[in-house]
Design a protein around this ligand. Structure first.
Ligand code: ACM
Ligand code: ZN
Length: 775
């Protein structure tokens, strides 16, 4: 026997002993997301092979359909498709996956399940088919994360599981950018995989009407199409447009298909028909439903528009009832979303019909008119056996008697509604808006604004502590919203939704006391492999190295700490601005910088950079950590302390990042004391601009120097032409012949009042300054 044969014999023996006779792919640690309520690992394992069968009780087509889907998933994962056999569960059966309904325990609710994996059987049981379907999602996560060839090993385990919340949702805006029906179904599959049960389909808005209404076919002939679309960010001024026709809609047949597809996955589709605002696509079709004559166009720009449905016109209600009659026939959902957000009252204030309605109905103002509008629609929907849900603006002017509130402007509206004993779905922007940034802005595709990284989503608790136990019962759950102004295609939707959907699933499913960020990150390692196997375009932003720089004044140094939202990687970095590699310096813990540096850091797996490297500048200039005196106190909203102006750390284009010091309407005048006379030849100061938030670059910056702090000599005056209008950080630098100076004065002039050409025209402006640098 030669050496080679010996090895082969040894390996065969090893596999024989190790796996009960066949070579089997072993799964890594059990890694279910969302984390189950009870999970205990057992000894042994089930080997899934070509002979494995799925048993479901005879005469139950619904369970058979669940079993068929499981068999199909197993085929994708392992190459073998278990035969589905209609057969009542048997204790002695071997090599079977058994699905059955049970009343013991009877505490699982509609969506709970138990799962027991033994060497002979996988037994999945639930009180309701919903629970069985959800349980199959756990079985799928016990398979190896990347597809392989059967046989595969499934570790023995016992799970008893049910959700924390009954409303576990994801929303998709198909109006700002149309998404094909095939993708909508795929999105529903994504929800199912994460044990979510509600799909909120945002079907109408200013930029498109996306659902066929048989009685009003013009809605989709005209309202589903726009001529052009804004390019780049809304505040990338001046605004420019493409001239491409964009649009699309779902036929009623397609809607039925989607609803059926969702039903088969135990997901409720909640349609949203926006009213009274976000209505331009409808008004472009039927201008007579507006307060003024129009004409209106299907919008190519994002935002809030003054032209909304007229609340004084009976035709408006007749039209909306026509629409809702067809919507109800298509969607079995108990809830119909009627929008209600962002409806300016500008037109209603001027409209004789609206004012007549206010007078006749004895309403106090236009907010009460909106409440009248919503209550009227509620009455109509209630009469058809449905409930309304609307954005939290429906609280203004008085909540309709049976309305459920979707709290999006933070949790305030949700809390108020719960205190009024109304049901609530939490969707606060600052936790679960998936159209917000999830990583470093400098590296991410443009988004509307905000920052909701994976860790922030994970940290969300939808039940506010300030509600009493009784009031907390009104919190049905939560959902994440995916608005698509800046999400032009399906791959981009995946990028924004993944992996944050995993964090959301655990927020909504897992009992609070079992939530554990470190453990979640560990389990995400397999989830990323599943996403890879499915070809999902998930964001790698969680792998970005978050660099925290903290000034150590006594050593004129900065302490640098790295973290990421991903486990199982090594971090490498450079200090000279070059791209890090696996041969660069390895991060082993916080370190100190005593010299200026451009830090570039990345997460590495298997020697490869995952995602992109982040950059941070430590700018140890002559003014570093010197005393700064301001002529005026900064505004309390932008008041990080004068030390922030000379801490060597630069503010970013996110003007809320805590680095920016600022004034409303007032100018900046700052004097830096260098403590002794230096030779100075360069002074710079940096500003941020975001015109949408009334943050403007200064109109003029003046630099002056002094040896005694009394007599200042101007060394440079730099005027800003005001031509730059985009979102930017700008350093205004002056170089001049070396001059002796102990004191450096920086004066920057605020625009004061926003120029009339901007939507913020006429309002007071911010001047925000960050680093003052001297060389
Ligand atoms: C919303 O984000 N306007 C509900
Ligand atoms: Zn009107």
């Amino acid at each position: 026997m030669n050496f080679r044969k010996n090895i082969t014999l040894f390996l065969s023996l090893f596999f024989l002993l190790g796996t009960g006779g066949t070579f089997a792919q072993s799964n890594s640690p059990i890694s279910i997301i969302p984390k189950p309520q009870h999970l205990t690992s057992q000894n042994g394992q089930f080997t899934l092979n070509a002979d494995t069968k799925i048993h479901v009780p005879a005469k139950n087509e619904e369970l058979k359909s669940i079993a068929d889907k499981l068999a199909q998933s197993i085929k994708t994962a392992t190459g073998v498709q278990p035969q589905v056999v209609l057969k009542d569960p048997k204790k002695k059966a071997k090599n079977v996956i058994q699905l059955s309904l049970t009343t013991t325990p009877d505490t699982l609710g509609k969506e709970g399940y138990t799962l027991e994996v033994t060497p002979d059987q996988i037994i999945l049981a639930a009180n309701q088919p919903n629970g069985l379907f959800i349980g199959t999602q756990s079985i799928k996560q016990l398979l190896p994360p990347q597809s392989t060839k059967a046989p595969v090993i499934i570790p023995a385990v016992r799970i008893a599981d049910k959700p924390r919340y009954e409303w576990r949702g994801m929303h998709l805006d198909v109006t700002r950018h149309f998404m094909p029906v095939e993708f909508v179904k795929q999105y529903i599959d994504y929800l199912a995989m994460h044990k979510l049960n509600t799909f909120h389909w945002h079907l109408t808005d200013d930029q498109g009407w996306r659902i066929e209404i048989k009685k009003h076919p013009k809605l989709t002939e005209i309202g589903a199409w726009r001529d052009s679309t804004l390019i780049g960010h809304y505040w990338d001024l001046p605004q420019t447009y493409d001239d491409k026709r964009h649009g699309g809609f779902y036929t009623q047949e397609q809607v039925k298909e989607v609803v059926k597809y969702a039903q088969e996955r135990y997901i409720t589709v909640v349609p949203e028909i926006e009213m009274p605002g976000h209505a331009l696509a409808a008004l472009a079709t039927y201008p007579e439903l507006a307060c003024t004559a129009g004409p209106f166009k299907v919008e190519g720009k994002w935002g809030i528009f003054n032209d909304i449905f007229c609340a004084g016109n009976e035709q408006t209600f007749a039209f909306l009832e026509d629409v809702l009659v067809e919507v109800i026939a298509l969607f079995p959902s108990e809830y119909i979303h009627i929008g209600g957000d962002e409806a300016p009252k500008t037109r209603w204030k001027e409209c004789p019909k609206c004012q007549k309605r206010i007078a006749e109905e004895g309403l106090k103002d236009e907010h009460e008119l909106q409440s009248y509008f919503v209550q009227r629609m509620e009455k109509f929907l209630n009469s058809k056996g449905r409930q309304i849900i609307g954005w939290d603006e429906i609280l203004e002017g008085g909540l309709a008697p049976n309305a459920t509130v979707m709290s999006w402007r933070g949790e305030k509206g949700g809390i108020e509604a719960a205190k009024q004993n109304h049901y609530v779905v939490m969707t606060p922007g600052n936790y679960v808006y998936f159209d917000h940034y999830q990583g470093d802005r400098a590296l991410e595709p443009v988004t509307i604004h905000g920052a909701n990284p994976l860790s922030r989503v994970y940290s969300y608790n939808p039940t506010p502590a300030e509600l009493s136990k009784e009031e907390q019962k009104y919190i049905l759950g939560a959902q994440a919203n995916v608005w698509t102004e800046y999400i032009p295609n399906t791959k981009h939707v995946e990028y924004m939704a993944f992996p944050r959907i995993s964090a959301l699933s655990e927020v909504l499913w897992t009992p609070l006391h079992l939530k554990d960020w470190e453990d979640f990150k560990t389990r995400m390692q397999q989830q990323y492999q599943r996403y890879d196997a499915m070809g999902i375009n998930y964001a790698k932003s969680a792998f970005q190295v978050k660099q925290q720089l903290q000034v150590v004044p006594e050593r004129k140094a900065a302490k640098v700490t790295f973290t990421t939202d991903a486990a199982g990687t090594d971090m490498y970095y450079t200090l000279d601005g070059s791209e890090p590699t696996a041969n660069s310096q390895k991060y082993t813990g916080p370190f100190e910088l005593t010299k200026a540096a451009v830090i570039k850091a990345g997460s590495f797996k298997g020697g490869q950079l995952v995602g992109q490297a982040t950059t941070k500048v430590f700018d140890a200039h002559k003014a570093f950590n010197r005393k700064v005196t301001l002529a005026k106190e900064p505004h309390r909203s932008f008041s990080p302390g004068t030390a922030a102006l000379v801490n060597g750390i630069h503010g970013t284009t996110d003007h809320y990042d805590g680095h920016w010091l600022g004034y409303l309407k007032d100018d900046l005048e700052a004097v830096i004391d260098l403590e002794q006379v230096h030779s100075v030849s360069k002074i710079s100061s940096s500003y941020v601009q975001h015109i949408g938030y009334r943050v403007f670059l200064p109109t003029q910056v003046e630099y002056a120097v002094s040896e005694d702090g009394k007599n200042f000599k101007t060394v440079k005056v730099i005027s800003n032409t005001g031509k730059e209008e985009g979102i930017m950080r700008k350093t205004v630098a002056a170089e001049f012949p070396a001059t002796k100076a102990r004191y450096v004065k920086v004066t920057a002039r605020n625009v004061g009042i926003a120029p009339a050409q901007y939507p913020v025209g006429g309002r007071e402006t911010w001047l925000l300054v960050d680093e003052l640098s001297v060389e």
